[in-house]
Design a protein around this ligand. Structure first.
Ligand code: HEM
Length: 162
């Protein structure tokens, strides 16, 4: 008999595919505000781990832009959550935080980047993912760079598409 150890069950509300219903808002003190669309996919293969991909596109041209993929783990028996993330910009990160109800609050614990990553370099990331009472998923991302304190970069909501 195969025993499934689905430690991620408290996060099972994430599983499936989500698509932004209206464009997300990108901001930062040093850039021109922009709008983007994004598709999220969360799945599992029977391991106590969630696999995910986030694919973002320019809202008007549909051009692929930012992409992230990785894994989510929960420390068994706790509400402590870890995201292990690779980004197409050349950044890799560990984010950790806690699940409270349907809200996941994460902060970067370690960041690594390719030697020729674009400047300014990200120094800290904060992320909140929550399932809202209306069934939508909401994500907010803040970041600190070499020359800016922790400030919001992204706000977006998604509807479940499958
Ligand atoms: C700019 C990081 C997600 C679109 C930037 C900058 C950084 C950054 C460091 C440069 C800021 C500056 O010049 O002062 C990140 C991180 C992300 C993320 C760490 C995820 C955790 C996204 C997503 C999109 C996006 C999902 C959606 C399309 C942009 C755009 C700019 C930008 C359009 C301005 C133009 C450019 O520098 O390419 N981001 N970003 N970013 N980001 Fe993000």
């Amino acid at each position: 008999i195969m025993m499934l150890k689905l430690d991620f069950l408290p996060l099972s509300w994430l599983l499936g595919t989500w698509e932004s219903d209206e464009p997300g808002e990108g901001t930062f003190p040093t850039i021109k505000p922009f709008r983007y669309t994004e598709k999220l996919h969360f799945s599992h293969v029977g391991q106590p781990v969630i696999n995910f991909t986030f694919n973002a596109f320019h809202a008007e041209s549909n051009k692929p832009l930012h992409r992230e993929c990785g894994f989510i783990r929960i420390q068994p028996g706790t509400n402590k959550v870890a995201f292990i993330i690779a980004q197409n910009s050349g950044l890799v990160e560990i984010e950790e935080g806690e699940l409270t109800g349907n809200q996941l609050k994460l902060q970067s614990q370690s960041l690594g980047r390719i030697s020729f990553a674009k400047e300014p370099h990200v120094q800290q990331i904060g992320r909140v993912l929550q399932l809202r009472p209306d069934g939508k998923l909401e994500q907010t991302v803040s970041m600190a760079t070499d020359n800016q304190p922790l400030t919001q970069h992204l706000y977006i909501t998604y509807s479940r598409s499958s």
